[in-house]
Ligand binder design. Sequence first.
Ligand SMILES: C[S@@+](CC[C@H](N)C(=O)[O-])C[C@H]1O[C@@H](n2cnc3c(N)ncnc32)[C@H](O)[C@@H]1O
Length: 240
Amino acid sequence: MKKVLRILKQIRNLNLGPNIEDAANESLHSKKLAIEAIEYVEAGAKSAAQPGVVINRIWAMPNRWTFKIKPIAEIVKRYVGSGVGWIDPFAGMNSPAEITNDLNPERQAIYHLHAKDFALFLGTEYNGVLFDPPYSLRQVRECYDEMGIALLSQEDTNLFPNNIKEIIAPKIREGGHALSFGWNTIGFGIGLGFKLKEILLVCHGGKHNDTIVTVEEKQVTTVNMFEGKLFNFANCFSER
Ligand SMILES: C[S@@+](CC[C@H](N)C(=O)[O-])C[C@H]1O[C@@H](n2cnc3c(N)ncnc32)[C@H](O)[C@@H]1O
């Protein structure tokens, strides 16, 4: 935007003078500048092109318990409401979801299972999922250390937490939501039937990583009669 402003100021300050030849040269120059500005804006629009995705950035104090961070508590409240029909496989201490789980028996959750066992045990047609696992292998180790679990399984080392997302994704109803928390915006992704809706970047300053909230909506799918495959309408329209 600064570049566009600079170009517009240059155009405004062009001296068209009384001489016709000078004026013609100057107006040609101003046209070139205008084209440069348009191309700059269009390139920016293309690079940000994710129609309908809302991206916000805000500063807030960090907190070990994600849902205690003020702007995160607000976005969670906005989507989860009373929590009815929501699931949370990594509930920690503050989950508003109706059906909560946390491996650590000292956390506030209904179930204390490994997230994979919890995901397998769940039914179907949930309104949404809060997905706030440990954000790195190091954090997984720290959680396990707290519980006195010495060894990480190969699955936890190599596939976690995507293996849990794969089990949960089909259990969320169409139009339901997935709110993922972490250091990236991978979320559940279109491959698991979710469309990106909103991103909240929470900057904590200092040496802290941002906490990123990724909000996605489960897409409407139907069975493709010819191949018996699940067919995603959203993909169909975006490919046109
Ligand atoms: C980032 S914290 C969740 C914080 C929570 N959202 C809050 O605001 O209170 C991650 C939680 O996942 C739990 N956890 C770690 N590994 C797990 C696993 N394999 N299965 C289930 N829970 C696990 C930890 O005990 C921890 O409470």
